[in-house]
Design a protein around this ligand. Structure first.
Ligand SMILES: NC(=O)c1ccc[n+]([C@@H]2O[C@H](COP(=O)([O-])OP(=O)(O)OC[C@H]3O[C@@H](n4cnc5c(N)ncnc54)[C@H](OP(=O)(O)O)[C@@H]3O)[C@@H](O)[C@H]2O)c1
Length: 248
């Protein structure tokens, strides 16, 4: 059946696949025919994703991407890839006067250093086919909008888009396309991970979204699927907002 977004016979790595956007991305990629390698730290939740994948040819690998040695080991164990959804990340909400160096380091190691080192090892160990596609999950936060107490997280996400643009130019001759998605608020575990936000506050914030709601993981997963697919064969260096119109 004709489908320009098909991922049939593509092998795709998804990080952060144990929940939220990464889990949904893995599920949608499998439905479109891809063979997945999924990774995260929590084995039970990663297994739950694995059990939801259509098809037989999938693998799961436990890795903590805040450690470069584990990134290198993960990449060494990978088959050749046609796509990479670079999605693992953690949140942080801290006003500037409360910043701690270790916390900044932890957020940047997980959100930013890991995607640079993953890209480095994938290229160096020749794990990406020609052509292939990398999709980094950035954010609207501090890229297209700014918010109080979002300095550390927002800066870690701005850096993703900055790196993505260089990677798009540097890797184009190898047939590797590099793009990012920039989601607004999407209901996942990352939202209000410390339980400080009330339902009334969420409802009030949601009124800022012209399309009337926060995102669902599949809203972002479908955009990642597009960028991974051959339908996006002429798209590289793009940061794609998926935000219900909130930044308009
Ligand atoms: N939800 C939103 O509103 C929103 C908005 C903009 C951007 N984003 C971005 O979207 C991405 C996915 O977030 P989400 O909303 O789906 O949140 P989530 O449900 O909390 O998922 C985060 C994923 O990252 C993994 N992860 C975290 N630290 C890791 C580490 N050190 N090593 C390996 N894996 C790690 C987690 O798995 P384990 O805990 O099992 O390791 C989990 O699978 C993140 O990059 C986030 O910044 C989210």
């Amino acid at each position: 059946m004709y489908n320009p977004y098909s991922l049939k016979n593509k092998t795709i790595l998804v990080t952060g696949a144990s929940s939220g956007i990464g889990r949904q991305t893995a599920i949608e990629c499998a439905k479109l025919g891809a063979n997945l390698v999924i990774t995260a730290r929590n084995e039970e939740r990663l297994q739950a994703t694995f059990d939801l994948l259509e098809g037989e040819e999938h693998q799961m690998v436990i890795a903590d991407l805040s450690h470069t040695s584990q990134i290198e080991a993960l990449v060494s164990a990978l088959p050749k890839l046609d796509g990479f959804s670079c999605n693992a990340g953690i949140a942080n909400t801290e006003p500037i006067s409360f910043y701690k160096e270790e916390e900044i380091e932890n957020v940047f190691k997980t959100n930013t250093f890991s995607m640079m080192m993953l890209t480095k090892f994938l290229v160096k160990k020749k794990k990406l086919n020609k052509p292939s596609s990398i999709v980094y999950t950035a954010s609207i936060g501090n890229v297209y909008s700014a918010g109080v107490a979002n300095g550390i997280y927002g800066a870690s996400k701005c850096a993703i888009d900055g790196f993505m643009r260089t990677a798009a130019i540097e890797l184009a001759s190898k047939g590797i396309r590099c793009n990012s998605v920039n989601p607004g608020m999407v209901f996942t575990n990352i939202v209000d991970s410390n339980g400080r936000i009330t339902k009334e506050q969420f409802d009030e914030d949601m009124k800022k979204y012209p399309l009337g709601r926060y995102g669902k993981p599949e809203d972002v997963a479908y955009a990642i699927v597009y960028l991974l697919s051959d339908a996006a064969a002429w798209v590289t260096g793009t940061a794609l907002k998926i935000d219900g119109g909130v930044t308009l």
